[in-house]
Ligand binder design. Structure first.
Ligand code: SF4
Ligand code: SF4
Length: 316
């Protein structure tokens, strides 16, 4: 169900939400990023945000537990807030986290206190391939701009409360047609292709930007900070990248690390989580300083049969 609101009424609707809740939305600065706002004029929806909204659920650095005087204390998050202007790719990244971090106290508190308001994407950036990634309608409210009205689709009780004063209608949300498509669905056939080594050797800087910009990646490093008097300590978790040479027990060879990232997100994750862990946002490609474009690599590989398919056909 949903409601249709005239554009002027929608402004008033948004104004009330900004007054009432802690309100986070995309803002244009050096790049577009999600920030706390107090005025609707700050909202910028013309481009996909360069940075995703993951930090509001899984902070870049977080105290997981504090140990003090023999007692263990977890996080406590009570503020009610709205994250506005999320596109379908970022909403689906949150959907994946909701499954994966369901048992984590801090994450669950933040999610329970948050209302997700999506916007229908009309301006995907050039590297987006979200139409290939089977994205689901996952939000409390979702805004579709029409000629002189907005249709607000609703998928939860949290969302319903916000639009209860308006008359219910139903409208189909049009499909998003992203500028690119990931054509290659049998990528394991190309695991041993020399293109990976060539790409890693010639172009990968192991800078980790691809991970840090990915709304679904979840590499962390854990630390314990012990107080000077040794009576208390904090367990800290920070974002990390599996592309760094010193990342955990990950392979040290650059090619292996590059392949692990791509094959984990597109293939191994299906076994572990039942779906890919990529939402097709394209940020890892736009943000890569040497523009390593795994979609282009995989789409080109599709044109030639992979080693494993040759074997299957008895040709090698
Ligand atoms: S952003 Fe590009 S260069 Fe940096 S680690 Fe990732 S693939 Fe390599
Ligand atoms: S792997 Fe790249 S395209 Fe896929 S969700 Fe992460 S940043 Fe977006």
């Amino acid at each position: 169900m949903g409601v249709e609101i005239k554009k002027d009424d929608f402004k008033r609707f948004l104004y009330r939400l900004i007054q009432k809740y802690e309100f986070i939305a995309p803002v244009k600065e050096d790049v577009v990023r999600f920030k706390h706002i107090t005025d609707m004029k700050q909202i910028y929806l013309k481009e996909q945000p360069y940075f995703h909204a993951k930090q509001f659920f899984l902070p870049k650095e977080e105290v997981m537990f504090t140990y003090s005087e023999g007692k263990l204390a977890g996080p406590s998050e009570k503020k009610e807030r709205i994250i506005y202007g999320l596109r379908l790719c970022d909403l689906n990244a949150i959907k994946h986290f909701d499954e994966i971090f369901a048992d984590e106290e801090g994450y669950t508190q933040r999610r329970n206190n948050t209302i997700l308001i999506g916007v229908h994407c009309t301006g995907c950036h050039d590297y987006s391939f979200c139409s290939s990634m089977d994205l689901k309608p996952y939000y409390d409210l979702y805004i579709l701009e029409l000629h002189d009205t907005y249709y607000i689709d609703c998928k939860s009780d949290k969302g319903k409360k916000l639009i209860s004063r308006y008359k219910e209608i139903h409208m189909e949300i049009p499909k998003i047609n992203s500028p690119r498509h990931l054509k290659n669905k049998n990528i394991m056939n190309h695991f041993d292709d020399p293109i990976w080594e060539k790409t890693a050797d010639e172009r990968c800087l192991s800078c980790g930007r691809c991970n840090l910009l990915c709304p679904v990646s979840m590499e962390f490093i854990h630390e314990e900070k012990i107080a000077y008097d040794l009576h208390s300590s904090n367990q800290i978790r920070k974002w990390d990248s599996d592309q760094y040479v010193d990342f955990s027990d990950f392979p040290k060879e650059r090619t292996e690390r590059l392949k692990q990232r791509i094959f984990f997100q597109l293939e191994y994750s299906k076994k572990n989580f039942g779906h890919t862990l990529c939402v097709g946002c394209g940020r890892c490609i736009t943000g890569c300083p040497t523009h390593i474009d795994f979609v282009e690599i995989l789409n080109n590989l599709e044109k030639k049969p992979g080693k494993r398919s040759l074997k299957k056909e008895g040709l090698s």
